[in-house]
Design a protein around this ligand. Structure first.
Ligand code: ADP
Ligand code: ASP
Ligand code: MG
Length: 402
């Protein structure tokens, strides 16, 4: 079999852990498989680099930022290849641009366009373990790009898809996908099998165990995707196509996201074209808007409130202020101390009453809901960040533990 294994930051967090990964991949190869390993930077390293960038620059230039933050992975690939060789294995490490992981040029959220699979296959056929840097890509002009936080998951799945690998295994510090983050709710349960759709919702709603794009890509190319622990050999979670059994479960998980901020534009003229004038320049600047609410107005004016990624708040605010000058409004307010909490389940398609139960649970906890958004298989609420842990615990108790 051809197996792609991805090891996250904690799993390569120090020399000893890198040696542990070396042992695991060599063992996999000895069982008769061809192995490609994708690694993240050592835990904390990407944050350290981001922090350094902000120390020298208020709004870092995007090309240089990616050039910088991609370096964490260069360290771990070389260390892992060295550690594999040290215990008698054959290995070779590559950075993203060396295996030609070609992306578009949207720095910090680049999308993979193409991977040179033949290049990797040649090494595999010669018996090497191929170690590839996660997170990194290169655009058509040769500039280094990165795939967004948690992007090594996507590198792993993209390589598995390009090589038509038999499995893609994501090794991390938890032994699978849980009904919610086990760090917040110790009673969280491991989900043995989860559909691509549900995992996609959980990931897009903040469950950082898998990056969204990795799940999108796994679904598109039907890559069997496992989430497992790098510290033990328990079964893990299989992310796969939906089956009947999965639909019987109404709520499969609860996710939270602290990475958004809210912008409220007060007293805008309530007339056709206003929303488009406000949001078009944000879209042009590649800023993803998430939840949007527009208030009902009586006197010809309305309020528009929406959320953007916290990291884009300064940029978004500048754009909104500029538009507001053209279209007029009373004031613009921002709030960074918000969190989005969501309940997810494909069973919601055929069961009603989930929203009512969710709102009732939050009311009992005296948690104020600021925004609500729904889709076929999820309900999300935006609340104060300080209420987040309590909300997740209470919803888990009501929807999953009982
Ligand atoms: P890595 O560095 O290996 O990529 P991450 O920190 O990105 O690891 O992702 C693993 C973390 O995701 C876990 O430690 C856990 O706290 C968090 N997490 C959030 N939601 C879930 C969930 N539903 N199931 C499992 N882990 C989750
Ligand atoms: N090192 C990158 C990050 O911290 C990519 C990853 O770990 O997946 O976001
Ligand atoms: Mg991760």
């Amino acid at each position: 079999m051809l197996i792609v294994q991805k090891y996250g930051g904690t799993s390569v967090g120090n020399a000893e852990r890198i040696q542990n990964v070396a042992k695991r991949v060599l063992e996999t190869q000895k069982q008769g498989h061809q192995v490609v390993v994708v690694v993240s930077a050592m835990s904390g390293e990407t944050n350290r680099l981001i922090d350094l960038a902000h120390q020298v620059s208020k709004e870092p230039d995007s090309r240089e930022y990616d050039q910088l933050v991609s370096t964490g992975e260069q360290v771990t690939i070389a260390l892992l290849a060295l550690a594999i060789k040290e215990i008698g294995g054959k290995a070779i490490s590559y950075q993203g641009h060396q295996v030609r992981i070609t992306t578009d040029n949207s720095y910090s959220k680049a999308r993979i366009k193409k991977i040179d699979a033949d290049f990797i296959r040649k090494d595999l056929d010669e018996g090497r373990i191929v170690v590839i840097a996660g997170f990194q890509g290169v655009d058509e002009e040769g500039n280094i790009t990165t795939l967004g936080r948690g992007g090594s998951d996507t590198t792993g799945v993209a390589i598995a898809a390009a090589l038509k690998a038999d499995a893609c295994e994501i090794y991390t510090d938890v032994d699978g996908v849980y009904t919610t983050d086990p760090r917040i709710v110790p009673q969280a349960k491991k989900i043995p099998r989860i559909s691509y759709d549900e995992m996609l919702e959980l990931a897009s709603l903040g469950a950082k165990v898998l990056q969204i794009r990795s799940v999108e890509m796994a679904a598109k190319y039907k890559v069997p995707l496992w989430v497992k622990s790098s510290f033990n050999n328990t079964e893990g979670t299989l992310v796969t196509s939906e089956d009947q059994q999965m639909e019987d479960v109404i709520i499969s998980g609860i996710a939270y996201d602290k990475n958004e901020a809210k912008i409220a534009v007060r007293r805008l003229a309530d007339k056709p074209g206003i929303a488009s004038q406000l949001f078009a320049p944000l879209a042009e600047s590649n800023i993803n808007i998430d939840v949007i609410i527009q208030n009902i107005s009586a006197d010809g004016f309305t309020d528009l409130t929406f959320t953007v990624p916290r990291t884009d708040l300064t940029k978004a605010l500048r754009i909104v202020e500029k538009t507001a000058k053209e279209i007029g409004c009373e004031k613009i307010e921002t709030d960074e101390k918000i969190a989005k909490v969501s309940v997810v389940g494909v069973g919601m398609r055929s069961h009603s009453g989930v929203a009512a139960k969710m709102f009732q649970t939050l009311a009992q906890e005296k948690i104020n809901i600021m925004m609500i958004s729904t889709s076929e298989i999820k309900i999300s609420v935006v609340i104060q960040e300080a209420d987040m842990d309590r909300a997740v615990k209470a919803l888990h108790k009501v929807f999953i533990e009982t």
